[in-house]
Design a protein around this ligand. Structure first.
Ligand SMILES: [Fe+2]
Ligand SMILES: [Fe+2]
Length: 320
């Protein structure tokens, strides 16, 4: 059976909902009705619709608020929203554009207008879903890579947790925090291109082997750079081994030339590396790792303001 796109139709007037349902009858869509804003928001969560048709004027929670809530939530922001207005409501339209509505239908609209708009926005939604799919393959690869080695198992997940806490404490926006979470999960993805015997070598590495391992930062960047949706997470991948004093790699950036997302991922990564077991040593306790990070402020490795916030988080056991 073909997939039926789910369309959430939100209108406090049941007759309007039924009218739209009748107009869509011949199409492969499943209509989910919602008769007020509150109900609409609940159904966005429970039914994960592919598109929302939204009346603006509703009692209690208005269409504006529903639109705003959908577009501000990272999980639902790519669900297309078509706002239904009356012809004279120009101000309403402008306001809805500001809130992120994707298109408009002016009442009364005919079947052709309705279905053409739905079709084109569903197409855009499918493209987004495909991108999501590509991204999720990368996340699976990153997981598979870690699973090969008991010593790195769970590393990216922990780095993401520490990096997100730090980003929150630095009051970054929800969008940036989400970039950091995804970037931290993928930060070592470039190790896919590193030879396994070098990656898993228990003994001391030769200078050539060391250089080969270091190449993972650029390799990871090269893997992710073609994906537009990962554009904002790239600094976490490329710059997670940069150091504030310019002693890091791959670009030996100095100070705040290192993008903030890179600095945050680098601190989280270094902390997890210190507190994890390695074939040649046991992991340090969090207190000892904190002491080392503190010492590294004076040697210039970290942005002092950022690492101090992180030290405070360690003290609070990352409860934020
Ligand atoms: Fe790394
Ligand atoms: Fe790492």
């Amino acid at each position: 059976m073909h997939y039926q796109a789910k369309i959430l139709v939100v209108d406090d007037n049941k007759v309007n909902v039924e009218l739209i349902r009748a107009q869509l009858k011949a199409f492969p869509y499943e209509v989910i009705p919602a008769y007020d804003g509150e109900d609409a928001l609940k159904k966005v969560e429970t039914h994960n619709p592919d598109l929302v048709l939204l009346d603006l004027m509703m009692p209690k929670v208005s269409g504006y608020e529903v639109c705003k809530a959908i577009k501000q939530n990272i999980k639902t922001q790519f669900i297309p929203v078509i706002v239904i207005t009356a012809l004279h409501e120009l101000d309403d339209k402008l306001k809805a554009i500001e809130l992120g509505a994707d298109d408009f239908l002016v009442k009364p609209f005919n079947k052709l207008e309705l279905t053409t708009r739905i079709k084109s926005l569903l197409h855009v939604k499918t493209l987004h879903d495909d991108l999501d799919h590509t991204e999720s393959i990368l996340f699976s690869l990153a997981n598979a890579l870690e699973a090969k080695d008991v010593y790195t198992h769970g590393h990216s997940g922990r780095v993401a947790k520490y990096a997100v806490c730090l980003a929150k404490a630095l009051t970054l926006s929800p969008r940036e925090i989400e970039h950091i979470r995804r970037g931290a999960l993928l930060h070592d993805i470039g190790k896919i291109g590193v030879k396994e015997d070098v990656l898993l070598k228990p003994g001391k590495l030769t200078p050539e082997e060391m250089e080969h391992i270091k190449s993972h930062a650029i390799r990871g960047y090269d893997i992710c750079v073609p994906l537009k949706s990962l554009h904002d997470v790239l600094p976490c991948i490329r710059c997670h081994h940069e150091r504030y004093d310019g002693s890091g790699y791959p670009d030996a950036l100095i100070g705040d030339n290192i993008p903030l997302k890179g600095q945050i991922t680098a601190i989280a990564d270094a902390f997890d590396a210190m507190t994890s077991d390695r074939p040649y040593r046991k992991g340090f306790t969090q207190d000892i790792a904190a002491k080392i990070l503190e010492d590294e402020i004076s040697s210039g490795q970290w942005n002092p303001a950022i690492v101090r916030v992180f030290l405070d988080l360690i003290k609070r056991n990352f409860n934020i």
